[in-house]
Ligand binder design. Structure first.
Ligand code: SF4
Length: 350
């Protein structure tokens, strides 16, 4: 069964926002970094390249990245999104999403004779490798993450007998472990940094020898977007986060904005979802976007805000990003033998 997608953008639909007097000058604070991260860029280009090389359809397990606009555009080009590999015709090409898959999924695809292209973000793969290594050394792994999220399923699937999911700070107070001296915490890559550290503190209060991951599991893109939205939120009456409802890092940006001074914060997929009543008395609007959001969607929001009198846009930049990942190995070698591991050009595609 193919995935049921929410309603895509209505072509030409625009916000119905009207200019509202706000008792003074109005402005937008535009957070940077925002939008596409290196892992999303790579995954989207991987599907496009697979379509170019093998022709449509190319199957994709789950949404390649959690953004309705990106998924809809790839569907138009010939991608078919499925929930599981048994929905894919034997021998067809299948792309694994940026969120990663468990070894059981890889095995199922192989048993079906599928040609798999692994677009798992390398920073997710890093967490998988940590899980494998700690499990090999017989550690109990407390995986902080959201139950049911594809990334968590993939990571847990690397060592199912060693992983216990910690879904909230409160669960840290009740989890039981086999040996409190042989416990490590790992995490989903797209969590709130602050909330995760609260969970870790609560775990460490109970298990003082709790081991940390060798390096941050919450990825650079998630962290950078949270730092930027914090700076914006301090001065914003309202923060608009562009991103889809199933995008963990986008949802976290709303929470982080509210926890750091924004009077209100809302997540939208498209500009036409902006609501007039959000803007009563609002002089400063913060704008940011999740790591799977192309900038075209943010530009449409800025255009709608400009029509409502928020035409003065000030960038608030807290970091520069230049990380680029090479294509999945299955796509690096052309059929004619030419190498194709060019730097990904996603930023130009925004
Ligand atoms: S949000 Fe982080 S882990 Fe997820 S795809 Fe982007 S860089 Fe990779």
């Amino acid at each position: 069964m193919t995935i049921n997608l929410p309603m895509p953008r209505i072509p030409g639909a625009s916000s119905k926002l009207k200019d509202i007097p706000a008792g003074g000058s109005k402005r937008v604070l535009l957070a940077a970094p925002r939008g596409y991260c290196a892992g999303v860029d790579r995954a989207v280009i991987a599907v496009e390249k697979a379509l170019e090389r093998y022709g449509a359809p190319v199957y994709v397990r789950k949404q390649i990245v959690h953004n309705i606009h990106v998924v809809t555009e790839l569907e138009v080009k010939g991608a078919i999104f499925v929930d599981e590999v048994d929905e894919v015709p034997e021998g067809a090409h299948i792309v694994f999403s940026a969120h990663g898959v468990s070894p059981a999924v890889v095995d199922a695809a192989s048993a079906r004779g599928l040609q798999a292209i692994d677009a798992t973000c390398p920073l997710v793969t890093k967490v998988h490798k940590e899980a494998v290594r700690f499990a090999k050394n017989d550690y109990e792994i407390l995986l902080i993450g959201h139950d049911g999220h594809e990334e968590v399923e993939g990571t847990a699937g690397e060592a199912p007998d060693h992983v216990t999911l910690i879904g909230s700070p409160a669960e840290a107070d009740t989890v039981e472990v086999r040996d409190p001296d042989k416990v490590v915490w790992l995490s989903q890559t797209t969590l709130s940094v602050d909330e995760t550290m609260q969970t870790v503190d609560r775990l460490r209060a109970r298990f003082p020898n709790l081991q940390d991951p060798p390096s941050d599991d919450i990825c650079y893109a998630t962290q950078n977007r949270q730092v930027a939205v914090k700076k914006v939120a301090v001065d914003a009456d309202l923060v608009i986060v562009v991103g889809s409802a199933n995008s963990s890092n986008s949802v976290r940006l709303v929470e982080v904005a509210l926890e750091n001074g924004a009077r209100a914060a809302h997540r939208i997929d498209y500009a036409y979802e902006l609501k007039q009543e959000w803007f009563d008395g609002v002089r400063t609007v913060g704008v940011t976007s999740g790591a799977s959001v192309p900038d075209v969607l943010v530009n449409e929001v800025l255009a709608a805000l400009a029509e409502a009198g928020y035409a003065d846009v000030e960038p608030v930049t807290t970091a520069e990003e230049d990380l680029v990942f090479s294509l999945p190995k299955e796509l690096r070698t052309q059929a004619n033998g030419d190498r194709d591991d060019r730097a990904l050009g996603g930023r130009a595609r925004r």
